[in-house]
Design a protein around this ligand. Structure first.
Ligand SMILES: Nc1ncnc2c1ncn2[C@@H]1O[C@H](COP(=O)(O)OP(=O)(O)OP(=O)(O)O)[C@@H](O)[C@H]1O
Ligand SMILES: [Mg+2]
Length: 261
């Protein structure tokens, strides 16, 4: 009897081991495909639910999407479609309930929060609708901040911040606090901050929504430069100027991709 039990235990261990091996082999094959095809973002069957009490909102509903290195992708769709949720998942600000995400060939959907925080510091630059600058830091200190967290030396943090503030046309505002900057200037500082650790992917959420046409022109030209540098950019927006830069437009509705143009 004992012997029989041992055998059946051995069989189930063997089956489990084979399942693990198969999964490892599948993951290995997937990673080599991502590498060969230069796929920097891979989403498979993503689901994100938000629970408010007993009520569940499915913000992202079985999304599969692949984005290649250097692509400029626009995500478009009505309010509540799930655009912000998708960007947050891609950049590792949030984790899915189901499905897989690989960002720069790293499976981030299975990462713990602390590892994810380090990952996104280096791999994803975020630009938000409301800028999210730290109110007590100057423009220059705001730009330097993510590189400080990444352990870059002070002199290199500063050098890079100066370079980026020049790029966004705000070197003469380096000592200004956020409240001493216009909305458009704050957003340009936020873009410089997103670029400070030279992340391979830039994610933007309605980045020109609160800005006038002239300022959104300036922001467009910054993103034109990023496009020419072959940065991967994913932006949720309705701004036709930014849409003009798109290699692909992903149309979103009710948490689903309804069309890719
Ligand atoms: N933290 C949250 N808790 C609960 N529900 C949420 C949360 N975040 C988003 N949702 C819900 O998920 C759905 C998708 O929201 P999301 O913000 O991704 O939409 P969106 O396409 O970015 O909309 P908008 O164009 O208005 O920014 C919405 O129905 C929203 O109410
Ligand atoms: Mg949104």
């Amino acid at each position: 009897m004992t012997q029989f039990n041992m055998k059946s235990d051995d069989v189930s261990k063997d089956i489990k081991l084979r399942e693990v091996n198969n999964r490892d082999e599948e993951a290995g094959l997937l990673i080599s495909r991502l590498k060969n095809e230069k796929i920097i973002i891979y989403c498979k069957d993503l689901v994100k639910d938000y629970a408010i009490g007993d009520f569940i909102v499915r913000a992202v509903d079985h999304i599969s999407l692949e984005i290649r290195e250097g692509e400029f992708v626009i995500v478009k769709g009505p309010s509540g479609a799930g655009k912000t949720t998708l960007l947050n998942l891609i950049g590792g600000l949030d984790s899915p309930n189901e499905g897989e995400i690989y960002n720069s060939m790293v499976k981030i959907s299975a990462m713990r929060e602390d590892a994810l925080a380090t990952f996104r510091l280096i791999n994803s630059g975020f630009v938000f609708q409301n800028y999210n600058l730290i109110s007590t830091l100057t423009a220059e200190e705001n730009v330097m901040f993510p590189s400080k967290l990444a352990g870059v030396s002070f002199s290199n943090q500063r050098k890079r911040a100066v370079e980026l503030l020049k790029m966004v046309g705000l070197i003469d505002r380096r000592e200004h606090l956020p409240f001493q900057l216009s909305a458009g200037e704050q957003q340009r500082v936020a873009i410089a901050r997103a670029l400070v650790n030279d992340p391979p992917i830039i994610l933007g959420d309605e980045i020109t929504a609160n800005l006038d046409l002239k300022t959104s022109d300036k922001i467009k030209s910054i993103f034109e430069q990023l496009k020419s540098e072959k940065k991967t950019v994913v932006i949720a927006t309705h701004d036709t100027k930014l849409i003009d830069l798109a290699d692909r437009i992903v149309l979103f509705e009710d948490g689903k991709i309804i069309k890719i143009e």
